[in-house]
Ligand binder design. Structure first.
Ligand code: DGT
Ligand code: CA
Ligand code: CA
Length: 564
């Protein structure tokens, strides 16, 4: 597998949290958090920056840090990390996974009440003990109980953007085997559901044993859960479970269709077959009652047997796709080749070198335009840094012949439904994306967003719900009202490919499509490396039935710029 800087960053962030809970050195806490931040925003691949020694030129990255990073890359952890983990009960770490439980609160409940697990935390909240702690209260106690419930619901499901790379790496490992004739990802991962329970892989090949041996022996496999004649299940280091099935070629299509699901879609297809005197299962299509085999080698044969065209996996939820197929009205789903650029790019680093790298990657994807939208104000660049960005971006724009660079910003919507940006700056920018700052937003999210959307200088609303998968349900705005306001004001709505957001989600994409709201498929990249996240936004758009016509960044640049 490729080197994942995010994992290394997570280890450093966790070490900082652990030190904070134990009450250790402020200096070390800050130092480790800084390293985590640096690793998340690397301008170049980590592997390369280690080998050409550019990593250690970044302030805050010393010799000790480099050797810790190397250790983490080799073993997944480092000695300090292991030591810190051993000093606290494991349940204390788990509490950090609960939304709203930062290290400060975990420390507070651990020290004051001796709470060492999520279960104990829940019991204490029910007993009203938390409300008596400093900085807590009855309200935060209720919020915490909701957060624990949300955590329990989501535990075990992994965001698509984290599961898909793991599925693809395993599929690549299997494809490299001479015995494997065909390998596919199935299940919810193939349907691009926003969270994944487990990964399902399908292989067909001449021999089962060598394929299973290679799978079980993969470096990322932590534990073998089950090994049968045709099925094998493992748990990965990441905690994800993977089911592998080895299928004979003649039933491969039937199995791929069956194990892609969804279950509701399968049931609807089987019922349809039954009505025509056929039986469909994971082994094939059969005439009833004779049992004569009619097909099953390809998925197309399954659909053809029930008189339907091929239905793309992202639509297979029994949410109208079978009727649409029957009426020859399946959407011509958007694909990578339809994208002409990205219009939401909240870059962190804004030096001309970083912007040039980004432009190069965008050109490499065949794009014609790119809107830079660093966050301005709250949680982003201050006026001075923004001025430096404007200068750097102009230099890069001058040089960029192959790609039209739009100089923009991501601005936050204030408590009174305004965007906090001067008239001069509005004039200077080609493109403005707005978002509600979730941290600061409690009251009237719907009104504030809708009011802001009436501002003619806003081109797009990004992170419309503000949700973070597994952490936060978001800003609480009434999304239907927001979509209506976007339609009325001709503002596009972003679909973020940020693996933890996928915001707007697929079902609201479909609603936006039906209303006629324009959408924007975006990587929401913070740097050149994360531009590839656009794939997750694209998959979400496909699950939302979107065609190129519904998506702003499938249009030519002349068609999408508003007059300023
Ligand atoms: P997940 O893993 O929870 O994210 O969702 P899936 O859809 O990947 O579900 P999974 O892994 O349990 O099973 C993969 C597919 O296999 C599922 O989408 C449909 C099919 N399948 C599994 N169990 C049944 C069943 O009892 N009946 C039918 N009709 N299909 C099933
Ligand atoms: Ca699955
Ligand atoms: Ca499964």
């Amino acid at each position: 597998m490729s080197i994942d800087p995010q994992h290394v960053a997570n280890v450093f962030a966790e070490m900082a949290d652990l030190i904070e809970i134990k009450g250790g050195s402020e200096f070390r806490i800050r130092a480790f958090r800084r390293v985590a931040q640096v690793l998340e925003d690397l301008p170049d691949p980590l592997e390369q920056m280690l080998s050409d020694k550019t990593l250690q030129e970044i302030p805050g990255i010393g010799k000790g840090t480099i050797s810790r990073i190397e250790e983490i890359l080799k073993t997944g952890s480092c000695a300090d990390h292991q030591q810190l983990r051993s000093e606290l009960p494991p349940g204390v770490l788990e509490m950090l996974q609960v939304p709203q439980m930062g290290p400060k609160t975990v420390k507070l409940v651990h020290q004051e009440l001796g709470i060492s697990s999520v279960d104990e935390l829940e019991a204490a909240a029910h007993a009203g003990q938390l409300a008596e702690l400093p900085r807590m209260g009855a309200k935060s106690q209720t919020r915490l109980l909701n957060a624990i419930a949300a955590y329990r619901r989501r535990r075990g499901r992994c965001p698509l953007g984290q599961a898909l790379p793991q599925a693809e790496a395993l599929a690549a490992l299997l494809r490299a085997l001479p015995e494997a004739k065909r390998v596919d990802i199935a299940g919810s991962t193939r349907r691009a559901k926003e969270t994944i329970g487990d990964i399902d892989l399908l292989v067909t090949g001449d021999e089962v044993a060598p394929i299973m041996d290679a799978f079980v022996g993969a470096p990322v496999v932590a534990e073998l859960l089950l090994r049968g004649d045709t099925k094998c299940s493992v748990r990965l280091d990441s905690g994800l479970q993977v089911d592998l099935r080895v299928i004979p070629a003649e039933s491969y299509g039937a199995a791929l269709h069956y194990f892609t699901g969804s279950q509701m879609h399968n049931i609807a297809i089987r019922d349809r077959a039954k009505r025509s005197g056929m039986r469909i299962n994971e082994y094939g299509v059969f005439r009833e009652p004779s049992g004569e085999r009619l097909g099953g080698a390809s998925e197309e044969e399954i659909f053809a047997a029930v008189g339907l065209p091929y239905i793309p996996p992202e639509l297979r939820e029994d949410r109208g796709e079978i009727e649409a197929a029957e009426n020859q009205q399946l959407p011509q789903l958007i694909s990578t080749a339809d994208l002409r650029g990205d219009l939401h790019c909240p870059v962190n680093g804004v030096s001309s070198a970083e912007l040039e790298t980004l432009v190069d990657v965008a050109i490499g994807r065949g794009w014609q335009y790119l809107a830079l939208t660093p966050r301005f104000g709250v949680g982003g660049l201050d006026s001075q840094a923004f001025a430096r960005y404007l200068n750097a971006a102009k230099v890069v724009r001058e040089k960029s012949q192959a790609l039209r660079l739009l100089i923009g910003a991501e601005v936050t919507i204030t408590a009174d439904g305004q965007i906090d940006i001067s008239a001069d700056l509005r004039q200077a920018l080609d493109w403005i994306t707005a978002t509600l700052d979730v941290e600061a937003s409690a009251a009237n999210p719907t009104e504030r967003i809708c009011q802001a959307l009436a501002d003619p200088s806003i081109d797009a609303l990004v992170y419309p719900t503000g949700r973070v998968l597994g952490t936060s349900d978001g800003n609480g705005a009434d999304i239907e009202a927001v979509l209506q306001a976007a339609l009325a004001n001709n503002v596009a709505i972003g679909i973020s490919g940020d693996p933890l957001r996928l915001d707007l989600d697929a079902s609201h994409c479909r609603r936006a499509r039906d209303l006629g709201v324009r959408l924007l498929v975006s990587a929401s990249a913070h740097n050149a490396q994360t531009l590839a996240q656009i794939d997750y936004a694209l998959l979400t758009a496909r699950r939302g039935w979107l065609e190129p016509d519904h998506v702003l960044n499938c249009q030519a640049i002349e068609q999408l710029l508003k007059p300023r």
